[in-house]
Design a protein around this ligand. Structure first.
Ligand SMILES: Nc1ncnc2c1ncn2[C@@H]1O[C@H](COP(=O)(O)OP(=O)(O)OP(=O)(O)O)[C@@H](O)[C@H]1O
Ligand SMILES: [Mg+2]
Length: 294
């Protein structure tokens, strides 16, 4: 590293440290910091009314959370709310990565709850990245991390992991920290050793989640639950790889349709297990006490 580069590196490092300290002080004031022998993980609000008390105060920053549910259970709205309230209540910018919906449509859905996504996009607080499914060799992780970096995103929503999995063969994922596979640079460990398309969906899912987690943002992976089975996901691995799992369900009884939310797992949190009611209000999704179906 040249002196110039060295200096820039240290400048960047002290800037980051300053930022971390400032945020840490704020969180300490709010009583939201977990510090164990110098290692800290901070809590950030979920933005979903009624959810934080169930997960020990909020998501741990930089965690990967899987939000799974059958079609129509509210996953996309959950993701939009997490981003919008992240900007408004936690001053955290957010990136919405969509395979399914055009940005205008997402803005329209959000508007129904009074969330002005168009304004937030103009202010560069929220950005929406549309992932193409017909671009062979698309470097999906690079595209997401570049867009996240552009707006300093602290939150990312992937809508959806299941759609990305279906199209896995179209995407190349970066391989890191391994010897140069061509052998031309002998004995060197390459930081980015190349990009590969994946044939195996589970392996793809595992690496995709890990690479997105490397970005360091608190990330929601929205994914479809296969209808009529006990499985949470079709890929069968994302529920193990992610730090937290939230399950959204629709229950159709003879008299009405009820929505529920269940926290299945939340690493590092004294979480409250079991079903809770979930309902749409004028300002978004709200978690409440579970009432038996009838
Ligand atoms: N503004 C609203 N007010 C009340 N209910 C709404 C509103 N917007 C959406 N919904 C309900 O939420 C459901 C869909 O929500 P959402 O798109 O978040 O589900 P999803 O789980 O992402 O579905 P999919 O798996 O198809 O992507 C709708 O079918 C509707 O019942
Ligand atoms: Mg959706």
């Amino acid at each position: 590293m040249t002196k110039d580069k060295n200096e820039r590196f240290h400048e960047k490092l002290s800037r980051i440290k300053k930022e971390i300290n400032e945020k840490h002080e704020l969180h300490e004031k709010m009583g939201m910091t977990n510090e164990i022998k110098g290692f800290q993980m901070k809590k950030t609000i979920s933005g979903i009314k009624g959810l934080d008390p169930l997960i020990d105060g909020g998501f741990l920053e930089s965690h990967s959370i899987l939000v799974c549910g059958e079609p129509g259970t509210g996953k996309t709205i959950f993701g939009l709310q997490f981003l919008y309230n992240g900007v408004h209540d936690a001053d955290e910018n957010g990136l919405f990565v969509s395979v399914e919906d055009h940005p205008n449509r997402l803005g329209y859905y959000a508007n129904a709850f009074g969330w002005d996504f168009f304004k937030a996009q103009d202010q560069r607080k929220i950005d929406i990245l549309r992932v193409p499914i017909d671009h062979r060799g698309y470097k999906i992780v690079d595209a997401i991390s570049e867009r996240a970096e552009e707006i300093g995103a602290k939150r990312i929503v992937i809508d959806s992991l299941s759609s990305i999995n279906i199209n896995a063969k179209m995407f190349d994922l970066p391989l890191r920290d391994q010897p140069d596979p061509t052998g031309t640079i002998k004995g060197k460990i390459l930081h980015t050793a190349g990009y590969v398309p994946f044939e195996d969906m589970q392996q793809f899912t595992y690496l995709f989640i890990s690479r997105i987690a490397d970005i360091g943002a608190t990330t929601l992976f929205l994914t479809d639950t296969p209808p009529g089975t006990a499985a949470l996901t079709k890929d069968g691995v994302s529920e193990f790889v992610c730090d937290g799992v939230i399950h959204l369900q629709l229950h159709d009884t003879s008299k009405n349709v009820s929505r529920t939310l269940t926290v299945k797992k939340m690493r590092g949190a004294n979480m409250v297990p079991g079903m809770n009611s979930l309902r749409f209000t004028k300002t978004g999704l709200e978690v409440g006490e579970f009432k038996a179906f009838y």
